[in-house]
Design a protein around this ligand. Structure first.
Ligand SMILES: Nc1ncnc2c1ncn2[C@@H]1O[C@H](COP(=O)(O)OP(=O)(O)OP(=O)(O)O)[C@@H](O)[C@H]1O
Ligand SMILES: [Mg+2]
Length: 135
């Protein structure tokens, strides 16, 4: 476990951009942290690091945004409003984890039984001076 201390959104973006270089096809990364901690900022930085130029925004429609233009396909999940695991399963969430891209999952605690066994985890926490990123 290592910790990076970020003092600004831009530092978090840069850290995530570098982290993205370590990702391989089929990786799932759980982005953990309270509301407003910076999970979506991490997703934006990871997308940048994969070479995605499109603007990454919080997934709302269907809970998942897909980006195909980078080094690997990117699937960005926000499970905050997912009503149940059965519903998520019916929407085909499970298939994204098998699709050979990179899955980033916000609020993964809403879909524990759908997650692959060997997920990477990044925890982001608000601190007085900024954010602590544990990975
Ligand atoms: N060091 C930092 N790293 C990341 N974000 C920061 C930092 N300092 C301030 N921020 C701000 O914190 C906010 C993080 O918002 P973000 O949408 O990424 O949170 P989130 O964890 O995805 O929340 P939600 O659970 O609602 O989806 C942004 O407005 C960002 O500008
Ligand atoms: Mg978010």
């Amino acid at each position: 476990m290592a910790v990076f201390v970020s003092h600004s959104e831009e530092e978090t973006l840069c850290w995530a951009e570098t982290f993205a270089k370590t990702l391989k096809a089929g990786d799932t990364v759980l982005l953990e942290g309270e509301m407003g901690a910076g999970k979506t900022v991490l997703a934006k930085g990871i997308a940048r690091g994969l070479g995605i130029r499109a603007e990454v925004t919080s997934p709302t429609y269907a809970y998942i945004n897909s980006y195909e233009e980078g080094r690997l396909p990117l699937y960005h999940f926000d499970c905050y409003r997912v009503a149940s695991e059965d519903y998520a399963c019916a929407l085909g969430f499970g298939e994204y984890f098998q699709a050979g891209g990179v899955c980033l999952v916000e609020w993964s605690e809403r879909i524990p039984s759908l997650l692959p066994a060997d997920c990477k985890v990044i925890k982001i926490k608000k601190t007085v001076g900024g954010r602590e990123i544990e990975f």
